[in-house]
Design a protein around this ligand. Structure first.
Ligand SMILES: Nc1nc2c(ncn2[C@@H]2O[C@H](COP(=O)(O)OP(=O)(O)O[C@H]3O[C@H](CO)[C@@H](O)[C@H](O)[C@@H]3O)[C@@H](O)[C@H]2O)c(=O)[nH]1
Ligand SMILES: [Mg+2]
Length: 198
């Protein structure tokens, strides 16, 4: 494959907001495929990278999900309650350390062995976030607290255990609409995570 002439350099950077996370406006000198240059600006939201996980129990054919309030959905005219896989932001930690801590905070399960499956840009036009995806098996013996998230951070997370098939059907009916959760349910189906292994 020949080298693409598409390159860009940042010629200006302006902070629009630096509060909880940061929103910046970049002016970019972009060289198009035909070699001509174009200058444009883009707003980019940076809240760091994140982690999420598919928690499953093969003998029980069940999974652990969460339900919580998400303000952007309410702004878009929905109730705001969203079913999701457990997830969180890295906050400067490495992805494996963070996902184990996040699972314990949000679901109450203490898991040891996690498997990294892939990572993905979730909104590459405007958000810097790369999300690291994991799977892990859980068992009821791993439950160490009731989960629910950190009250001090305003989290109020409902922990839901449900049959994998039920969640998959909810997804196909449009009742599970979170992108990372849909990706993980499809991953589990494609990779036959619930099939008996000898
Ligand atoms: N004060 C304040 N607190 C905030 C703000 N934004 C977030 N928080 C706090 O920061 C916490 C972040 O919780 P995490 O569990 O670390 O992150 P998350 O919101 O669940 O993010 C996960 O899901 C997102 C949506 O799919 C992902 O984008 C993200 O990568 C991650 O996986 C929230 O619960 C909330 O208390 C804000 O603007 N102001
Ligand atoms: Mg979270």
């Amino acid at each position: 494959m020949s080298q693409s002439p598409r390159t860009a350099s940042i010629i200006d950077e302006q902070i629009l907001s630096e509060d909880w996370y940061s929103l910046k406006k970049y002016t970019v000198d972009y060289r198009r495929a035909d070699g001509t240059h174009q200058t444009y600006s883009r707003e980019v939201y940076n809240k760091g990278d994140g982690v999420t996980i598919f928690l499953y129990n093969r003998p029980l054919q069940s999974i652990i999900l969460t339900r919580q309030f998400r303000l952007p959905l309410m702004i878009q005219g929905e109730s705001g309650l969203l079913i999701e896989t457990a997830a969180g932001l890295l906050e400067g930690e490495d992805p494996i350390t963070r996902i184990r801590a996040e699972v314990e905070e949000e679901t109450g399960y203490r898991i040891n062995h996690v498997t990294k499956i892939f990572d993905a840009w979730m909104s590459p036009g405007a958000v810097t976030e790369k999300l690291h995806f994991f799977t892990a098996e859980y068992s009821h013996q791993d439950k160490v607290n009731s989960g629910g998230g950190l009250i001090t951070e305003g989290e109020d997370i409902e922990v839901i255990e449900m049959p994998f098939q039920q969640a998959f059907t909810m997804m196909t009916h449009g009742d599970i609409k979170d992108a990372k959760t849909i990706m993980l349910l499809q991953y589990a189906m494609i990779n036959k995570l619930f099939d008996d292994k000898e």
